[in-house]
Design a protein around this ligand. Structure first.
Ligand code: CFM
Length: 540
């Protein structure tokens, strides 16, 4: 294969910002970094997007209602706000669920909203909210109702927390809690994750002490069952004899959250969205946490091994080895078949707050290189590793998000391991309470871009002509019109699961089809047919 010539990274960086006005260029310049895995340069992250720039980001409400709470099937997620906020929150994320039986509730196919009108914005919407809670209760008798605040709720000062308390008392057998996750809180959906973590921790976790059995009990944090990922991970854990007490929140129930403090280890898939929960649970209940990654066959194997090592149980370690030995050969045979067709191809990943890192593993297994990547709303620790947390500047936007003061529970705090035991495990290479971030895993000279703009993505594509671009629905068709296939790494388009061993195989096959299809070369975008595209403005 002819080797491709890449442009100089510093030239690319210049190209990306040179059309911006100087102030904008200066600011964007700090978010575009040429990686060096040895020294890890700082990345500007988790700050406001410059108005006017087409960003990939979503809002705080999206992060709270959609991302963290959305996949829990038996909580009625009631949106307090205008109906438009619900249009875009109704099942578009492809988070799946599997009720245990006909008795198990699943409200995920519904869309609950108070449908706020001008009248409520002017005179207040609390009455309407109470009525909506009552109506949902009368129809469904759910175990729990979550109330999600959209922008106008905060602007007019409706107190969703007071309403929740009042209705919880009135109804008696329904846990009702509110979220001040107005879209304008924070700079992205990341703020909504934090708000969701806080309220679930405050109002739900720890309510049910029942020991449901199992020798090796874990919670899976930050796995949201997009395209069925959690099903594949559950399959693997079960095969190994590891009990999942709760999932936060793919394929989850409110009962799991209530019981989650009975687990002995929290494993984190998506560090960005749920590290708060892990830290709070460790402080209050003594459950240590560990980062895992079930995206990629090798990382899945590694993650299973690390869970087994945490429990320091010979039998479990042997079982895990046996499962890996059963699962990997099939994966390897698919890699062997596909690798010659995908080797050396270029990928770019601009997604969320964790997948832009995790999916590099899968591309790596196909011999593909990730030349440029970035998060929409990751924080510096997701790029550079948690060691930078003490140096992260706290600005007015981050100060807006409540930090719960958590202390050890006088009765329920029970350290699962002593500090010495944890230190020993760490010395043996088990990275407890650690996340190294994306950059150490990326090559020298690769380009890391936070909160990439539409313009910058187009420039990157022009300069590198990648074989595949990974992002979301907002980017998909523009990129494809440029003749480059776009894989949605949020919803997986129509595919998945991509987690675990079976998921890896699905991914390899989907990517092979995309990067080796000749159809992309035949595409001519409208702006290529007519070079003089005109824009019409109304000037009067
Ligand atoms: Fe975590 Fe997610 Fe992600 Fe995320 Fe998301 Fe998502 Fe994502 Mo879309 S919780 S940070 S807010 S892994 S919805 S399941 S795909 S942007 S990379």
């Amino acid at each position: 294969m002819e080797s491709r010539k890449y442009p100089e990274p510093s030239v690319v960086r210049e190209e990306l910002i040179k059309k911006y006005p100087p102030k904008v260029a200066k600011k964007r310049g700090k978010a575009i970094v040429i990686n060096d895995p040895e020294t890890i340069p700082p990345v500007q992250a988790n700050i406001r997007t410059i108005p006017g720039i087409i960003s990939q980001r979503g809002c705080s409400y999206a992060g709270c209602k959609g991302v963290v709470l959305g996949p829990t099937r038996d909580i009625v997620n009631l949106v307090h706000g205008p109906i438009g906020c619900s249009f875009y929150a109704w099942l578009t994320r492809r988070n799946q669920t599997r009720p245990d039986g006909p008795e198990d509730r699943n409200y995920m196919t519904y869309c609950f909203s108070t449908d706020m009108q001008e009248e409520h914005v002017v005179f207040g919407g609390e009455k309407k909210l109470k009525e909506a809670i009552q109506e949902a209760y009368d129809i469904f008798h759910p175990k729990a109702i979550g109330i999600f605040s959209t922008c106008p709720v905060g602007l007019i000062g409706d107190d969703v927390h007071a309403v929740s308390r009042e209705m919880k008392e009135k109804l008696g057998d329904c846990n009702i809690f509110g979220f001040s996750c107005e879209g304008y809180k924070g700079v992205s959906q990341s703020a909504g994750h934090h708000i969701a973590n806080n309220q679930v921790f405050k109002h739900v976790v720890g309510l049910d002490d029942t020991d449901k059995g199992g020798k090796f009990k874990i919670n899976m944090l930050g796995e949201y069952n997009i395209g069925g990922d959690a099903f594949e991970i559950e399959r693997l854990l079960e095969k190994c004899g590891i009990t999942m007490v709760a999932s936060f929140s793919g394929n989850s129930t409110v009962g799991q959250f209530e019981n989650s403090h009975t687990a002995d280890l929290n494993v984190i898939m998506c560090h960005r969205s749920i590290n708060y929960m892990a830290e709070m649970m460790e402080t209050k209940y003594g459950i240590p946490w560990m980062k895992v990654n079930f995206i990629g066959a090798q990382s899945s194997a590694k993650s299973l091994r690390r869970i087994a090592r945490y429990f320091e149980d010979e039998e479990l370690m042997a079982k895990v080895e046996q499962v890996i030995a059963e699962e990997l050969p099939v994966v390897q045979s698919v890699i062997n078949e596909i690798y010659p067709r995908t080797k050396g191809k270029l990928a770019m990943l601009f997604v969320g707050g964790s997948r832009a890192h995790h999916y590099q593993e899968l591309f790596g297994e196909l011999g593909m290189e990730t030349i440029s990547a970035g998060y929409e709303f990751g924080h510096r620790d997701d790029y550079e590793g948690r060691k930078v947390i003490p140096n992260i500047k706290v600005d007015a936007d981050s100060k807006n998000i409540e930090e719960l003061k958590v202390t050890a529970d006088p009765e329920k705090f029970k350290p699962r391991k002593t500090e010495e035991e944890l230190e020993k495990l760490k010395a043996e290479g088990l990275d407890i309470r650690e996340y190294e971030g994306m950059m150490p895993d990326m090559k020298k000279g690769s380009i890391v871009i936070d909160d990439i703009s539409h313009y910058e993505s187009e420039k990157l594509i022009e300069l590198y002509k990648p074989d595949i671009f990974c992002a979301g629905i907002k980017e998909k068709y523009v990129v494809q019109k440029m003749g480059v296939p776009l894989k949605q790494l949020h919803s997986y388009d129509y595919g998945g699961p991509y987690a675990g061993f079976k998921g890896a195989i699905n991914f390899y096959r989907d990517i092979d089809r995309m990067v080796n299809s000749r159809v992309w070369r035949l595409i001519q975008a409208p702006w290529e047919k007519t070079t003089e595209l005109e824009a019409n403005y109304v000037t009067q």
